[in-house]
Design a protein around this ligand. Structure first.
Ligand code: PMT
Length: 402
């Protein structure tokens, strides 16, 4: 396992688990990382800066002003220096401050300035860990894109036993290693992703569409790319900033255009993921000129759009794998599962409009993935990047793949 050259800002907060920060620092240094430790004020009651600076081979920072020189510890520079900001242990108090943007010490200021990914390893007593306020803060922090290293179960400092122990340093190192050395398990595979909404013209200035932002599809495209695939994206109109150059990227507007683009690529693909929210209906005869306001009521006659997943499912070859999504508001599981057969999918990913932090627009999702062979897996609410990687892991379990 190597973290050679990786710059880790290790935040240590006031928790009895702060003693584990010493062992964690040793493991980080042993695996080749550069470690800059920042302590919260209350962490000083639990472990000395001397211990941590000796192990990290750098001065430990815990106040805005350097003692000897009166110089300023620049939290903005610090936030830019790191490849990763890891807070272990993360106390309930610091999590609450992070969740609400409070900035009363060098550690919280560094968090707000950090541009790098953030991992948080909570540590607290079991009842505190389950308290709705803490659960809410963790959910909020996750929705900001932070990675939560879930507390482990076992004996706690209070004498109670349950979930609340900081993740063991060895496990944290494993998570960091996986984070920095993504698998290349889709190398050589060609993947098509449909994503975003479609827009169906009513007249030259108006259209029918939906709330898809393209975030889920883009997270999938990024995950496939990182894991070695050659990625073809057919995207409806989105407002995300994307480096399109790293993909074969086709912009489309309507369902028909999306179908035409996807069909032209389909035969050379190994894998297709239909993440787009395609409008099921479109105005039958879009007006060529802007419709003028005249009558009190206006009727727009709609016709059914082509179903892309269904049509391509009919010509799917035995070596090809199709993944569909289901966005439901009722009879969710039943409706999702029926799409497996109807659209000849190998996997269907259900995201519910009823779950908070899931579906349209948000940065997180919560999914239930159903395989054709009847097995299924459910996720927690997690950043769409994480959900994308879970979907890729499930794809590899499909019979076509193994
Ligand atoms: O873009 P975000 O804001 O991140 O939101 C993500 C998402 C909620 C849009 C995404 O996760 C999602 O669920 N996409 C599919 C939404 C949808 O249209 O579901 P559906 O149940 O109506 O369609 C079922 C499947 O058939 C989907 O794979 C869909 O892409 C496909 N389909 C549907 C209609 C159609 N005419 N052609 C299709 O290919």
């Amino acid at each position: 396992m190597s973290l050679k050259g990786k710059r880790i800002i290790l935040g240590v907060t006031g928790s009895i688990a702060a003693y584990k920060a010493a062992h964690l620092t040793r493991l980080l240094i042993k695996s080749g990382a550069e470690v800059q430790i920042v302590m919260s004020t209350s962490a000083l009651d639990f472990i000395t800066p001397l211990t941590l600076s000796t192990l990290s081979k750098r001065p430990v920072l815990h106040q805005f002003q350097k003692d000897e020189t009166g110089e300023w510890n620049n939290h903005v520079e610090l936030g830019l220096w790191g490849d990763l900001f890891l807070v272990a242990p993360a106390s309930a108090n610091t999590l609450a401050k992070f969740a609400h943007g409070l900035c009363d010490n060098l550690l919280t200021a560094t968090y707000l300035s950090a541009r790098c990914p953030v991992m948080l390893a909570p540590a607290m007593d079991l009842d505190m860990y389950q308290h709705p306020a803490v659960r809410e803060n963790l959910k909020k922090l996750q929705s900001f894109g932070n990675h939560i290293l879930d507390a482990e179960s076992g004996e706690l400092a209070s004498g109670l036993s349950g979930q609340g122990r900081m993740m063991e340093p060895e496990h944290i190192i494993e998570r960091l290693d996986a984070f920095f050395s993504p698998k290349r398990d889709f190398l050589g595979k060609k993947v098509l992703i449909t994503m975003g909404p479609t827009q169906e013209a009513i007249d030259p200035v108006r259209f029918i569409s939906n709330h898809s932002s393209g975030k889920m599809g883009l997270s999938l495209a990024n995950a496939f790319k990182e894991r070695g695939a050659e990625v073809y994206v057919v995207s409806g109109p989105i407002a995300l900033s994307v480096d399109q150059g790293q993909f074969h990227w086709i912009n489309v507007r309507s369902a028909q255009e999306m179908f035409d683009a996807a069909s032209s690529l389909h035969s050379k693909m190994d894998l297709c993921v239909f993440a787009a929210a395609v409008a099921d209906y479109a105005p039958a005869e879009p007006a060529t000129e802007k419709i003028k306001k005249s009558e009190d009521e206006l009727t727009i006659h709609l016709k059914k759009n082509v179903d892309i997943a269904f049509s391509l499912g009919k010509i799917k070859k035995p070596h090809q794998l199709h993944v569909g999504f289901a966005l439901e508001t009722e009879n969710e599981v039943q409706n999702a599962q029926s799409k497996l057969e109807k659209k000849n999918l190998d996997l269907v990913v259900l995201n519910s409009m009823k779950e908070s932090g899931a579906g349209f627009q948000v940065d997180t999702n919560r999914v239930h993935i159903f395989h054709r062979n009847g097995t299924s897996v459910s996720s927690t609410t997690a950043p769409k990047e994480e959900i994308a990687n879970l979907i890729l892991d499930e794809i590899k379990k499909a019979p076509v793949w193994v």
